[in-house]
Design a protein around this ligand. Structure first.
Ligand SMILES: NC(=O)c1ccc[n+]([C@@H]2O[C@H](COP(=O)([O-])OP(=O)(O)OC[C@H]3O[C@@H](n4cnc5c(N)ncnc54)[C@H](O)[C@@H]3O)[C@@H](O)[C@H]2O)c1
Length: 270
């Protein structure tokens, strides 16, 4: 079988590292991107870094890819600027996906990482979501800074989920035989969560999240789902946001989803 190349952002740690290891073991040629110590070193929080990541990945894959996985992200923490989080979480995701999309073979697939914070964290600021979806990075940074990164985090992840649902069905993705989906992990035992646990204000809040299976998730469990979504058995997945969270969303919002269709409400032009 011809070698399949996959670009994975955030490949140096946590979910990205577990995905890189799993896909490499399955015979994929992995091209990792991270802010240090990776195949491609790039700061995806900046326009320049995103451009560099796309150009360097294109050069390394000789112009064709079978997969893209965008794991790079930063947690919201008291004291951390909201724009630091929105830059990498949203713009570092969609700019890499759009930049690499032309290289994705027909039959290729991309997986973006959203989060169950989109539905289990209260008071997600809608203005940050809208600024993201309008691709107005300056306005988004201003709003995210005003709200702070703790509130901005789920907004960036909600915007990723909505962007995936909006774009996946269009001509550049489904219309060109390319599949785009998202995974929304719950609390996963990674260095990101360790960083939050170590924070005196954020740490205790983590224990408020109910996890019906009785433990945090493992990065390998998310990696397995990502591998499935990239592969041929997931050929009917298009624009899905797959929650994998040990039951947190189901227990907190049992009847909220599936949501019935209010025909009077149209989110996007036909
Ligand atoms: N761990 C969780 O509980 C959890 C839950 C839901 C969603 N997520 C999301 O999953 C993804 C992976 O998170 P993780 O838990 O593995 O965290 P992690 O901190 O272990 O890994 C994140 C990686 O992203 C990289 N990164 C951060 N900023 C970057 C930048 N500006 N440019 C390039 N790379 C950058 C980091 O260097 C790191 O290698 C993130 O998008 C995160 O928001 C995590």
């Amino acid at each position: 079988m011809a070698e399949r190349s996959v670009v994975i952002t955030g490949a140096a740690s946590g979910i990205g590292a577990a995905t890189a290891a799993r896909l490499a073991a399955a015979g994929w040629r992995v091209i990792g991107v991270d802010k240090d110590e990776c195949d491609i070193v790039a700061d995806l929080g900046t326009t320049e870094g995103r451009r560099h990541a796309v150009e360097a990945a294109a050069a390394r894959c000789s112009g064709t890819l079978a997969g893209i996985v965008t794991c790079a992200g930063k947690a919201g923490l008291p004291g951390r600027a909201g724009s630091e989080v929105s830059g990498v979480n949203y713009f570092g995701t969609v700019d890499v996906l759009e930049g690499l999309r032309p290289l994705l073979d027909a039959g290729g697939a991309a997986v973006a990482i959203s989060s169950n914070s989109t539905t289990v964290q209260p008071a997600v600021p809608a203005d940050v979501v809208e600024a993201c979806l309008a691709h107005d990075e300056e306005r988004c940074a201003r709003l995210a800074d005003a709200h702070g990164s703790v509130a901005a985090y789920p907004a960036t992840k909600l915007a990723v989920a909505h962007w995936v649902r909006r774009e996946a069905t269009g001509p550049g993705w489904a219309g060109a035989g390319r599949r785009l989906n998202a995974v929304a992990p719950g609390m996963i035992d990674t260095p990101m969560v360790a960083e939050m646990r170590a924070h005196p204000e954020a740490g205790p809040l983590l224990d408020l999240l109910p996890i019906p299976v009785g433990r945090p998730g493992r990065p390998e469990e998310i990696a397995a789902l990502i591998e499935f979504l990239l592969g041929p058995d997931a050929g009917f997945f298009c624009g899905s946001v797959v929650f994998c969270d040990g039951g947190s969303d189901a227990v907190l919002r049992t009847r909220d989803w599936p949501a019935t269709w209010d025909i009077a409400r149209r989110d996007f032009p036909a």
